[in-house]
Design a protein around this ligand. Structure first.
Ligand code: AMP
Length: 114
């Protein structure tokens, strides 16, 4: 996906601030953070969004969640907690069509979100 923003970030063609990565996933800081800690976890392979996930993606999804757990631990969020978000479609505000898990924390998170 040459024209996909997050594919290009994963490939190192565009800059990002890395947090950690695995063979399957990459975690980097959101450029416009909505919380003191705001990290995006993406699969290295292109998956459009959560609505495109199938059972074949099971291992990738599990690794995304494991990466999110490691991000939370590395960022000191594990004890107080954090929010994990997948946005899907225009009403959610989804703006980048490459699956990404928002890991957000470092403050009390309002519920329900705006
Ligand atoms: P979403 O609204 O769920 O599609 O989230 C996309 C997120 O990607 C937003 O929070 C943006 O701030 C973030 N974002 C967009 N471009 C970049 C970039 N080049 N590097 C890091 N984060 C980005």
């Amino acid at each position: 996906m040459n024209d996909c923003l997050f594919c290009r970030i994963v490939a190192g063609e565009l800059p990002s601030t890395p947090v950690l990565g695995t063979d399957t996933t990459y975690a980097f800081r959101d450029v416009n953070p909505g919380a003191p800690i705001h990290v995006l976890v993406v699969p290295r392979e292109h998956i459009a969004d959560a609505a495109a996930v199938t059972p074949d993606h099971g291992n990738v999804l599990a690794e995304m969640f494991q990466t999110a757990q490691q991000v939370a631990s590395a960022e000191g969020l594990s004890e107080r907690g954090y929010r994990l978000v997948f946005n899907v479609g225009p009403d959610s505000g989804n703006s980048v069509p490459h699956l990404h898990l928002h890991v957000m924390g470092g403050r009390v998170m309002a519920w329900p979100p705006g």
